[in-house]
Write a protein that binds this ligand. Structure first.
Ligand code: HEC
Length: 196
């Protein structure tokens, strides 16, 4: 027997079944999210992404290596980082632009001569192995300490076919003190010939 499905009076009095509807986002959450957004945007401006990077950490690889190695300077590493860009990894230089360190009388000559070249740099005409150069050799007196200059010079003097003796930090220190009033690079042959 099939009865018509009719709502009974009792059913009609019932409230409808509860169902889930879109509930508003709690105010707390809105506040937290907006604060996070504000902070994020503010952070970008505070971090100043367009600021001059040169104002930041100016330590070079050499400085960090020296710190890590407790001050023991590695001549080959310094050469690679500071000199090879110009004088080339082979020490052969670039014809007409960067003079060779291989077989150079400036490198293998007096230890104070080589130290002075690194301490103050060179500008003007310089004759290397019979060829005249007219470039600018940067000064390393501020960038490298005595031990580092001694290490890189010792490396250069005993590589690329050179066989001159090591230079110790004390010799660099002496040259540094003797020329401490100098603020400009050596003027090529004119000045350096006298130090030979
Ligand atoms: C920016 C390029 C540059 C860098 C880096 C550089 N030099 Fe030089 N160097 C030159 C130039 C150019 C000359 C020749 C200067 C001139 O013509 O007056 C020179 C000359 C020299 C000389 C004397 C000439 C010769 O060939 O023997 C020595 C020694 C020397 N440099 C060693 C070094 C060492 C060691 C380093 C690393 C600590 C170094 N240089 C880094 C460019 C550079």
């Amino acid at each position: 027997m099939i009865q018509d499905i009719k709502q009974t009076a009792a059913q009609m009095r019932e409230h409808p079944d509860p169902h889930e509807s879109g509930t508003p986002v709690p105010r707390k959450v809105i506040v937290i999210v907006s604060l996070a957004l504000l902070w994020a945007v503010g952070y970008i401006f505070m971090a100043r992404p367009n600021a001059d990077p040169a104002l930041g950490d100016n330590r070079t690889k050499t400085d960090l290596m020296a710190q890590a190695g407790g001050g023991t300077a590695d001549g080959a590493q310094i050469f690679g980082a500071q000199c090879a860009a110009c004088h080339q990894a082979t020490g052969a230089g670039l014809p007409g632009v960067f003079p060779p360190l291989a077989g150079s009388e400036w490198v293998t000559g007096k230890d104070t001569l080589a130290a002075n070249i690194l301490l103050h740099g060179i500008s003007g005409k310089l004759t290397v192995k019979g060829t005249s150069y007219n470039g600018a050799m940067p000064a390393f007196g501020e960038k490298l300490d005595d031990a580092q200059i001694a290490a890189v010079l010792s490396y250069v003097r005993s590589n690329f076919g050179n066989s001159a003796g090591k230079i110790d930090a004390a010799a660099v220190k002496t040259a540094r003190e003797a020329s401490k009033d100098r603020k400009t690079p050596w003027n090529g042959d004119d000045e350096l010939d006298k130090l030979k």
